[in-house]
Write a protein that binds this ligand. Structure first.
Ligand SMILES: [Fe+2]
Ligand SMILES: [Fe+2]
Length: 322
């Protein structure tokens, strides 16, 4: 066959291929958009009021977590190319070791607690929660690898001796850290500290933490209601000890940062506050955290409880900052 004859068919072959590729890309995007919408919006189809602590409540908060799972695969995330300035800002944040280790610890603690639960639906929801923490760790490891960030050697993640303590510490610490992460993430997006494509790539992880705290506060209320009366005082004391521990831990982190500008160990938002939120006053930052918290919780069934303690404390702080 001569070239003169072959060219038109090759051209049409190429354009057919291009069209097919465009259709595949459009379908993939539609699928991603659908999964993204599904992870942010969920209502139990059964109408009517739900009593907190009831079997229906349990079914509802477990189904919320299970049915809003976004099946993205960290391995196929296409990390955007960053310009040299953005790359320097991202790699110089002193948070990557801590963030990776926090996720590693969380996944082991949640899984250890899941192993103690016999009710099948609650157990699968907890396993999904732990699995998502493990996936966060993979996402972060991929990010770190993509941008050439060197990590310190990781410790061994062991399940805690008191499995319930580990679960409560993880749950309540996520309630604190996610609240601030919501605001910091929005601030980083607005200010261009993180390039838009990177924000978009990382966004599902932040929403996942929102689902986790929604699940956790509903579990906590359900669990307390179902404890026999004689176990409640000790349990309440334990929760108070968890809060005391978390406050003590965060005060230590803040001191660590003040001392030499490098965080020794912390969760993501506590460490990044100084560099990401420089442009915002403390009051504006609190406003942003509160607004973002409401926005991220808005799509879920209004009959589920919302995280209350940290937003309440934030509103109190806002009043004091007037
Ligand atoms: Fe996480
Ligand atoms: Fe989480």
């Amino acid at each position: 066959m001569s070239d003169a004859l072959a060219t038109p068919s090759r051209t049409s072959e190429a354009s057919t291929e291009a069209k097919a590729a465009a259709v595949v890309a459009a379908l993939a995007k539609a699928e991603i958009d659908q999964a993204d919408h599904a992870m942010r919006n969920w209502t139990d189809p059964e109408p009517g009021p739900v009593r907190i602590g009831s079997p229906q409540h349990l079914r509802m908060f477990c189904n919320m977590l299970l049915q809003t799972h976004n099946p993205y695969k960290p391995a196929v995330i296409d990390w955007p190319r960053l310009d040299p300035d953005a790359l320097r800002r991202v790699t110089s944040l002193p948070i990557w070791d801590i963030a990776v280790q926090t996720e590693g610890r969380a996944s082991v603690r949640v899984q250890a607690f899941a192993d103690t639960v016999t009710a099948p639906l609650l157990r699968s929801a907890l396993e999904m929660d732990g699995g998502e923490e493990a996936r966060h760790k993979v996402v972060l490891s991929k990010l770190v690898e993509a941008y050439g960030i060197a990590l310190a050697p990781e410790p061994e993640y062991r399940p805690p001796a008191d499995v319930e303590w580990g679960w409560l510490v993880t749950g309540y610490s996520e309630c604190i850290d996610s609240f601030f992460a919501f605001g910091l993430f929005a601030a980083a997006k607005r200010s261009g500290f993180f390039p838009a494509e990177l924000v978009e790539t990382f966004e599902p992880v932040i929403q996942e933490e929102g689902r986790h705290i929604l699940f956790f506060v509903n579990w906590a209320a359900w669990y307390r209601r179902n404890l026999p009366w004689w176990r409640r005082p000790l349990y309440t004391l334990k929760v108070m000890r968890v809060w005391a521990f978390l406050i003590w831990e965060r005060v230590g982190i803040a001191r660590g940062i003040d001392a030499d500008g490098v965080a020794k160990d912390a969760n993501f938002p506590m460490n990044s506050t100084s560099s990401l939120a420089e442009a915002l006053s403390p009051r504006a930052m609190i406003e942003l955290c509160l607004a973002e918290n409401d926005r991220r919780m808005a799509g879920y069934d209004p009959r589920l409880l919302r995280p209350e303690t940290v937003p309440k404390l934030a509103r109190l702080a806002r009043r004091l900052l007037r």
